[in-house]
Design a protein around this ligand. Structure first.
Ligand code: GLA
Length: 382
């Protein structure tokens, strides 16, 4: 199967860690519908680590923990499907998952068959407990083949955190997305560090196998499994904007049963989601900053552009520093120098404000610390 857009959905890990069970999954499925998240594009509901017993059964099958999932996984999948959602699960390329449950190492084909029989549509595949001397590429290829031959379309979500030069071989494995970062935790510095690391990897992202910048911590507010102090609403918005502009999968990690207004507005902005899901999936490029021009000698301010399928341009300005900053960009850096007879009509996608470039440049005054702007720009004749 081909994956034509970065997947969108919800994953249990950030909030629930090992506290997942059937009731939580059913409630989450219900809330994905009642809040409008499904209609906004979030279609996968993924159960992460810690769902099985510690040992396989006599037939080498992984067994769902009956205390957490008393009706088995097929029943959970059926419920999720009955809501018009798709169902995701988790396993690992090593002998155990990161939490010490059975991994799929040397059981790839049997596990792929089990997942298919339960109605799984998406498999997140981790990288803990890889036996010494084993080659990561080989293990992901083996599971890639097992999934491609299991008789069901299953999105293969590789999660080797960029280790062992993942970017060099992941597209050979059948993976539809691959984790290009370590784990993002719920505090500003974690977002900032992981975001900036992506500049080196944007040329690896593309249609069919997307760079996965990890699950969103938007709206976690220091609650749950990866809560590490939390972020402000502005910081969550900047996080979401960066992930969308870089075309990452958008997997929500907060407890969606308890979203506040800021969280809903951030996660469900249709214009920003449309940038993430733009069908061309083009590579973003630097328009200024990130230590590459004299205006912004530091790496914490940058302006990034991405060409969209209909001829528009997405432009994001990010101020990750701790003070306010003016941001300037020149159209000539997109190739639109003064001999081109076009200006840009720009809509800022968080405020709806409409504006226009003048004299070949655009200035943002006093962009607040950790804040950003995201514009959808249309070319107009001067
Ligand atoms: C790794 C992954 C996380 C999560 C945990 C589960 O750390 O990167 O996303 O799946 O394992 O144990």
């Amino acid at each position: 199967m081909l994956q034509l857009k970065p997947p969108m959905g919800w994953n249990s890990w950030n909030t629930f860690g090992n506290n997942i069970n059937e009731a939580v999954i059913r409630e989450t499925a219900d809330v994905m519908i009642s809040t409008g998240l499904r209609d906004a594009g979030y279609e996968y509901l993924v159960i992460d680590d810690d769902w099985s017993l510690r040992y396989r059964d006599a037939n080498d099958r992984i067994v769902p923990n009956p205390e957490k999932f008393p009706n088995g996984m097929k029943a959970v999948a059926d419920y999720v499907h009955s809501k018009g959602l798709k169902f995701g699960m988790y396993s690992c390329a090593g002998s155990m998952t990161c939490c010490g449950f059975p991994g799929s190492y040397q059981y790839e084909f049997i596990d792929a068959e089990t997942f298919a029989s339960w109605g799984v549509d998406y498999l997140k595949y981790d990288y803990c407990f890889k036996p010494a001397g084993e080659d990561g590429a080989k293990l992901y290829r083996r599971m890639g083949l097992a999934l491609a031959n299991c008789g069901r379309d299953i999105v293969f979500s590789a999660c080797s955190w960029g280790a062992d030069n993942t970017a060099d071989w992941i597209k050979s494995t059948g993976a539809h997305l691959w984790r290009s970062t370590g784990d993002v935790l719920d505090f500003w510095e974690s977002i900032k560090v992981n975001f900036k690391k992506q500049f080196a990897l944007v040329n690896r992202n593309g249609l069919g196998c997307f760079n996965d910048m990890d699950m969103l911590v938007v709206g976690m507010k220091n609650q749950g499994n990866v809560g590490r102090g939390g972020c402000t609403p502005i910081e969550y918005r900047t996080h979401f904007t960066g992930w969308a502009l870089f075309g990452s999968p958008l997997m929500i990690g907060c407890d969606i049963r308890k979203m506040d207004e800021d969280t809903v507005k951030t996660l469900m902005n249709p214009d920003v989601i449309a940038i993430d899901q733009d069908p061309a999936c083009r590579q973003p490029f630097l328009l200024g900053g990130y230590g590459q021009d004299p205006f912004y000698p530091d790496e914490d301010r940058f302006i990034v552009a991405r060409f969209l399928a209909n001829g528009d341009i997405a432009i994001g300005a990010f101020n990750l520093t701790d003070g306010p900053s003016n941001m300037v960009f020149q159209l000539s850096l997109i190739g639109l120098d003064r001999f081109c007879c076009v200006d840009l009509e720009m809509k800022e996608l968080w405020t709806g404000e409409e504006t226009k470039t003048r004299d070949g440049q655009f200035v943002i005054n006093n962009l607040a610390p950790h804040d950003c702007r995201l514009y959808r720009c249309r070319l107009v004749k001067k």
